[in-house]
Design a protein around this ligand. Sequence first.
Ligand code: AQP
Length: 328
Amino acid sequence: MKTVLSGIQPSGKLTIGNYIGAIKNYVALQKDHDCYFMAVDLHAITVPQDPAALREQAEMIIALYVAAGIDPDKAAIFMQSHVRAHAELGWIMTTLTYMGELERMTQFKDKSAGKESVGAGLFVYPSLQVADILLYNADLVPIGEDQKQHLELTRDVAHRFNTRFGDTFTVPEPYIPELGARIMSLDDATKKMSKSNPNPGSYIALLDSPDEIRKKLSRAVTDSGREVRYDPVNKPEVSNLMGIYANFSDLTLKEIEAKYDGQGYGAFKKDLAEAIVAKLEPLQSRYRDIRESGDIARILKQGAEKAAAKAEPILALAKERMGFIPSA
Ligand code: AQP
């Protein structure tokens, strides 16, 4: 059985971008893979986080995983910081990553742009991500397009380690959705939809109310035409909305084009809002039940135990291969 590992940062309210690019695939992959899904809290602190918000957002991720359909008895659902091997292998991987590689990371460039001071953690966090993945000998990593560069770094560092110290780590493959790998902002189709965007109108959060969803979509930027046609180069805004629609309905892009032929954007946006509301309402109701059940601590304990059992021997082998004296 192949191993799958992925995670989401508790750095805001999860968006439909996180759902389409990541969570939807987690749910599908759990059926026939050995899965590990975490909230990557150690990554979230690479930019300033309010402690109460960090805690709330971390719990929110875990409850949303379960509400979206991840079964905690099948997949390990856990907090990254609960499995100490992440921090330890993270340091080791930092020593094996080159400065030039980290300097080329577009996420660092985007997140540090215009900031007066930036923590060193933001610069080296791709090395921690390398460790997150290699620690489980993951075969597949479900991610959105924006994380592809980090996955390529992971592959390079895995090869580097294996060449220097002997075959130790599995070289992982990305698992990227065909449609929806990069959901764009509702207010600017040149920018990725992001949970940390300060403008809530730029994203639809998984916990937005039906009215918020309708309002945000009615305000979503489109071009000045009226043709619902999939053409990401010339009609990026409408194409983005069509990609979201296809992910939240059973319709293909061609069927969406045919359905709204000659109707303009109004009817299309309204139906899209209803399609999202119809999918999110039951998810939100399950989410509330899980938060109220008080079951999250148990899920996290069970998940961390399963994750640590897989990770510890892999870390021990890597350390031994590097020449560390094993502790008695
Ligand atoms: N807009 C997106 N379209 C498709 N996939 C996306 N992902 C994020 N945004 C989109 C995927 O969601 C997973 C979790 O991402 P993350 O929390 O680790 O960080 P991120 O990639 O930087 O996502 P955000 O929402 O933009 O977070 P912030 O604003 O905190 O940086 C990843 O698999 C990602 O590809």
